[in-house]
Write a protein that binds this ligand. Structure first.
Ligand code: G3I
Length: 529
């Protein structure tokens, strides 16, 4: 087979896989294939095979052929911001650079994320506008590019910094009114620019038969917790907004962007519960994107991996593990061309179209190639196969025939493997929950603090309250009364000495969501931190 025909065979395989997988994940269906342009061993192709896009933010000056070869999605870094394209009264102007990016994306079969319509910053002539003018702009922006834009960030960065869980207090929030002074702007009688902007966008999409999906985008909403383990109030506030406006009767919001600018800020670190938070939003039915990913290469003591490449790997894995996480976009190509060049947070070094892959690139590519878990979310809390990959630690009955040996004077079994399970490695459990009215999600990390690797584990605990687990991920969780048993998934069965394994679950409760008690790992009591 010639090199050329071999290459076209790879392409067509990717086209079939990517389209099917994206449809299955609920992602926007893309005209032909978002993977067609990206060829060979690229982030875009690997992501497509896993049913997601892998994109980049760029300006026209960065559009070498490299971009279309490596990525399957494009976000204009600055060219669609109102500062650039908003004219008087919400009209559209000066779209030359944005058009260049859209045309490049079309020619390279990349999908486009429009960024961004309603934002307190870089608002240009929209700064201080009333809702009517915002609505004009929303309509004009949507109709200008129509279905050439797959996802639009309708509202960007509406929530305050410092984990307050509140709206920003400047425009456009100055349009809001809290009718009953209950502290939120989600009541029907409230005025809420988020609701009204999405309402307008939805109406334009529907009345013009557009397929464009409508997203809300923000930073520091990635984890369920922040540094120190406290609740991520900003993430919770975003959850409330998305929950309200993605569900009936509104159905305005299709997708949420976790910007994912990870750095040493206490609210911007990578936490082990990133996946659980992605999953929580996904269970609302919206797509989740890591929409502006970059990771400081020196996260001092706040990283969950061992250096930047491992942090990238874990972040990509968190997305892959959740079917509704349908895309990742890195915020720039190379470190030197990044808005945060001093953090060296991207996947390439070099510049001007000549780029060198970093270890982080290889880590991301390899993780994407592993794809999604085959059984990421057992929705049935009583799975039919409770058998861990290595049954030894949970099996108290030695298979060694020694007990029938007619020389019982020797108490020592010849096979040392099935020793008393209470001899298993020491363990420490980190348990973090995120609780709302009658439900919660929990992220559990098991640390093997002993000297012996664990291959196959069963973590058991009891509830002091009436908690009932409804779904789980990265472990098979069964419950009998107040007793719970979590068994490893295939990919996290092994825990090296000093290593960790994580899983999560969702549950319901009434009264108080008390913390689990009496954790045991393979029969051995664990400490809780
Ligand atoms: O183009 C001018 C140039 O002519 C001038 O000489 C130079 C002098 O400072 O400025 C240039 O404009 C800069 C522009 O980026 C283009 O490089 C602006 O000063 C600078 O403020 C602007 O920064 C952008 C920033 O948003 C503004 O908030 C970054 O490129 C862009 O990456 C960044 O993107 C945001 C997302 O939209 C939202 N999420 C956070 C993300 C990072 O802040």
């Amino acid at each position: 087979m010639s090199r050329r025909s071999n290459r076209s065979r790879i392409r067509s395989t990717v086209i079939v896989l990517s389209t099917a997988a994206l449809v299955a994940a609920g992602a926007a269906t893309v005209s032909t294939s978002i993977a067609e342009a990206a060829t060979g061993d690229s982030l875009g192709v690997a992501a497509s095979k896993a049913g997601m896009f892998f994109g980049v933010a760029a300006s026209p000056g960065r559009l070498s052929s490299f971009v279309g070869q490596e990525f399957t999605q494009l976000t204009p870094e600055n060219e669609m911001k109102p500062e650039t394209i908003a004219g008087s009264g919400g009209s559209i102007q000066n779209t030359g650079n944005a058009d260049t990016l859209v045309n490049y994306a079309q020619n390279n079969n990349m999908i486009v994320r429009g960024h961004t319509m309603v934002w307190y910053s870089q608002a240009g002539s929209l700064q201080g506008a009333n809702q009517s003018t915002l609505n004009n702009f929303i309509k004009n922006a949507l109709l200008k590019w129509g279905n050439k834009i797959t996802y639009w960030d309708v509202v960007n960065e509406s929530l305050d910094d410092n984990n307050s869980g509140k709206r920003r207090n400047q425009w456009p929030h100055t349009l809001d009114k809290d009718s009953n002074n209950d502290g939120d702007f989600l009541d029907d009688a409230d005025t809420d620019y988020i609701r009204d902007s999405f309402k307008q966008a939805r109406q334009v999409v529907q009345s013009n038969n557009l397929k464009t999906k409508l997203c809300i985008n923000d930073y520091d909403i990635e984890g369920l917790t922040v540094k120190g383990g406290g609740k991520n109030n900003k993430a919770d506030a975003m959850y409330d907004i998305v929950k309200k406006y993605s569900q009936a009767p509104y159905k305005y919001i299709d997708c949420v962007g976790f910007q994912s600018h990870f750095n040493d800020n206490p609210n911007s670190i990578i936490t082990n519960d990133l996946e659980a938070n992605i999953r929580r939003f996904g269970e609302l039915g919206v797509e989740v994107h890591l929409s502006e990913l970059d990771i400081d290469d020196d996260l001092s003591n706040n990283d969950i991996g061992t250096g930047q490449a491992d942090n990238y790997r874990k972040v990509v894995r968190a997305c892959l593990n959740v079917p509704k996480c349908t895309g990742i976009t890195v915020w720039g190509i190379s470190d030197s061309e990044s808005w945060r060049s001093s953090e060296r947070g991207l996947l390439f070094t070099g510049g001007n179209g000549s780029y060198q892959k970093k270890a982080a690139y290889t880590a991301v590519l390899n993780e994407l190639k592993k794809g999604r878990p085959t059984d990421p979310t057992p929705t049935d809390p009583t799975p039919t196969d409770p058998t861990p990959t290595d049954p030894t630690p949970t099996d108290p009955t030695p298979t060694d025939p020694t007990p029938t040996d007619p020389t019982p004077t020797d108490p020592t079994p010849t096979d040392p493997t099935p020793t008393d399970p209470t001899d298993e490695a020491a363990c420490r459990i980190s348990y973090t929950d995120n609780t709302w009215n009658s439900g919660f999600t929990a992220a559990v990390t098991i640390s093997n603090t002993g000297d012996t690797p664990v291959s196959g584990w069963t973590l058991a605990w009891t509830w002091p309250g009436n908690q009932k687990i409804t779904s789980s991920w990265n472990a098979t969780v069964t419950q009998s009364g107040s007793a719970v048993t979590a068994r490893n998934a295939g990919h996290n069965a092994a825990i090296t000495a000093g290593g960790t394994a994580s899983f999560g679950f969702q549950g319901s409760y009434s009264g108080t969501n008390t913390t689990p008690e009496n954790f045991t790992l393979n029969g051995s009591a664990c400490t809780v931190s």
